[in-house]
Design a protein around this ligand. Structure first.
Ligand code: 6GU
Length: 245
């Protein structure tokens, strides 16, 4: 059965599968059309009991910005969870969350149903977070205006790991942060450089080994470039930094 995403947001139009936006193109759109993934965006605003359909209020204690209120968020989660019999893994997208890494993406790709809550404003009232007890996930150390783009990042990363989504020529195993196929230590490495035709461009040649047809040599060269790039650009990815010096 297709993995189901429910997104709770005050900007559901951002998730339209009809618009040529992030979720309407490329691999996510193809996965949806193939029946391998589905998503439904729900407007938190439609669960507001306020006469003006307000979802946010000024923070107690003062300060800038607005805080999303408990009631609309809680009611939206309860209603959306009831739309499908499968239990949903609740996820709140927030810069306060655990960093999204490929290992976590792999865990999430095993789930049948993910419920993504995209906060806005300064945040969400802490009490509804406490009561919902979602996983809290961040996509990096910078601040976005809302959790919607982060939710799409997470969805894209998860969808491409679902069996059958990628063709053989797009295998996820050869991506950056995938466990390198030729690496006996199972390290998560950056990808190697890639080349295609023409063989010479602007005076620059394709590395000779790639033209050799020697698959063993090519695999070895690629793994070496992956290790080299990772050491140069992301030494933090090596669990044992001493061993890599
Ligand atoms: Cl998940 N949300 C927001 N608003 N900002 C972020 C983020 C999430 N991850 C990094 N920055």
């Amino acid at each position: 059965m297709a993995i189901r995403f429910d997104i709770l947001t005050t900007f559901p139009e951002m998730f339209s599968e009809l618009s040529p936006a992030a979720m309407g193109v490329s691999i996510p759109a193809r996965a949806r059309k193939a029946g391998l993934a589905e998503w439904h965006a729900t407007d938190i605003r439609s669960y507001s009991k306020d006469k003006h359909r307000k979802t946010d209020e000024r923070p107690f204690g003062g300060g800038p910005g607005m805080v999303m209120m408990c009631q609309p968020v809680w009611d939206a989660v309860m209603a959306v969870e009831g739309l499908d019999a499968r239990p949903a893994t609740r996820i709140l997208l927030t810069p306060q969350g655990v960093p999204l890494k490929q290992g976590l993406v792999e865990e999430l790709a095993k789930k049948e149903r993910l419920l993504l809550i995209a906060g806005h404003y300064e945040g969400i009232d802490e009490r509804v977070i406490q009561k919902l007890a979602p996983m809290e996930i961040s996509i990096g150390d910078y601040v976005l205006s809302g959790g919607e783009l982060a939710a799409m990042v997470l969805m894209d990363a998860v969808i491409r790991l679902i069996p059958g989504v990628l063709g053989d020529d797009e295998s996820a195993g050869s991506d950056s942060f995938g466990v390198a196929s030729g690496d006996r230590e199972g390290r998560r490495l950056l990808d190697c450089p890639h080349y295609t035709r023409p063989r010479e461009w602007e005076g620059m040649e394709v590395p000779e080994v790639l033209m050799s047809g020697d698959h063993g040599r090519i695999a070895k060269w690629r793994l070496e470039r992956m290790v080299e790039r990772t050491r140069e650009r992301r030494p933090d990815l090596f669990p044992n930094k001493e061993g890599e010096k």
